[in-house]
Design a protein around this ligand. Structure first.
Ligand code: BGC
Length: 392
């Protein structure tokens, strides 16, 4: 890596750089994108295996700025304005690759092949039983979490800048070989992150396979609208556009049933402060150590529809989540601890961030009553999720 490297502006100056354009990731020619949307690429570091990781700084025309790395497609930082216009990084992450490798590789990451848990690390498809790595044992029950030991979060993706009109982004591609982490079929995956002039972070997921395989891609970014290491998210106000959820066993695996949320601490159909009912005596909350559940979205149309809204009253920051997916996992950071240092020298805390992961239900390959997650050769897996930022 060159000393004094400041990055190279690859989109947003005169002519927009189209997807797939070639550019020199190593050149020392930083420029300012003042006021204009831009993509600046620079080295972020190396994995412990020696792979170079690039950071893409996307500056949106609407003011939101995000740093994305091609290691796991992780969002390292995401700055949004509060109601006074002050930008703050509202995500949890680490300043270097070692931070992710040492503390938590899921922070801010793309998740695949299968977001969330598969019971006993096993599923049967077209008469063949497949075995996946066991890497999680909530309630002492074994499962395979987030695609196994080396999921899509732990891979350095091929990356290139995107620019179209006033939107900028990064395109991430990778191939997961046949048998990867026990899953059948060679899976070619493309994920595009876009930052639009309306302060929308749009994620477009695509995948194709050469053998039938489960696919359930999602994004594991932790938000805290007060800023990283600025306390818990229990004071954030959440709405979920979901009249039912999927109750879990103590192993955090859905039982296969859906349950109406009405009259329970899981009812976020109107805005609720997250902490208001989290200590209710409720078996599901005990199993999750708080909220760590999957809600069935009211829209099952496969079209982009509202899934969630989040608001924090001291800063005025809010966010809407829209998705084509049928479900959303709301996880309020129950496994986070104060042993982990954040990006700004302060330690994080229990429930210091929350994730809103659009997806299909956990363990769907073993639960035929749920919408299928099986991708077959010739079909294209395509989903879209948008995180729309604002302040009021
Ligand atoms: C999942 C949770 C899980 C957590 C572990 C989240 O993506 O939604 O169910 O407990 O990851 O980090």
């Amino acid at each position: 890596m060159k000393a004094g490297f400041r990055g190279v502006l690859v989109a947003g100056v005169a002519a927009a750089c189209a997807a797939g354009c070639s550019f020199n990731k190593g050149a020392d020619t930083a420029m300012s994108g003042a006021g204009e949307p831009s993509v600046v690429v620079k080295p972020f570091g190396k994995t412990k295996g020696g792979q170079l990781v690039h950071q893409y700084t996307l500056t949106g025309a609407g003011g939101v700025v995000m740093d994305v790395i091609d290691y796991g497609g992780k969002v390292v930082r995401l700055f949004t304005p509060d109601r006074a216009g002050k930008l703050e990084d509202i995500t949890l992450g680490f300043n270097d690759v070692a931070g992710y490798e040492t503390h938590d590789k899921y922070f801010g990451s793309l998740i695949g092949r299968y977001g969330n848990r598969i019971a006993n690390g096993r599923f049967t498809l077209d008469g063949t039983t497949y075995t996946l790595p066991i890497n999680n044992t909530p309630g002492d029950l074994p499962c395979s979490l987030h695609g196994g030991n080396t999921g899509f979060d732990a891979v350095v993706w091929h990356s290139e800048p995107l620019s179209e009109g006033k939107s900028v982004g990064v395109k991430l591609t990778m191939t997961s070989p046949d048998g990867d982490q026990g899953y059948p079929g060679k899976l070619d995956v493309t994920v595009c992150y876009w930052l639009t002039p309306d302060n929308v972070w749009r994620i477009e997921y695509e995948a194709v396979t050469d053998k039938a395989t489960p696919v359930n891609l999602t994004q594991h970014l932790y938000f805290n609208f007060k800023g990283e290491a600025e306390g818990t998210i229990l004071d954030h106000e959440l709405t979920l556009f979901a009249d039912s959820m999927t109750p879990v066993t103590k192993g955090l695996i859905p039982t296969g049933k859906t349950a109406p949320v009405k009259g329970t601490p899981f009812d976020f159909t109107t805005p609720w402060i997250i902490g208001a009912r989290i200590n209710t005596d409720n078996e599901q909350l005990r199993f999750g150590g708080g909220y760590d559940h999957n809600w069935v979205l009211n829209s099952q149309s496969g079209k982009l529809a509202p899934a969630a809204a989040l608001y924090e009253k001291t800063t005025g920051r809010f966010m809407e989540v829209w998705t084509t997916e049928p479900a959303i996992q709301f996880y309020c950071g129950n496994f986070l601890t104060d042993k982990v240092p954040g990006k700004r020298g302060k330690n994080l805390c229990h429930r210091g961030g929350l994730a809103l992961e659009t997806q299909h239900s956990p363990d769907s390959p073993n639960l035929p009553a749920f919408p299928s997650t099986i991708l077959r050769p010739g079909a294209v897996y395509k989903t879209v999720t948008e995180y729309r930022f604002g302040a009021k």
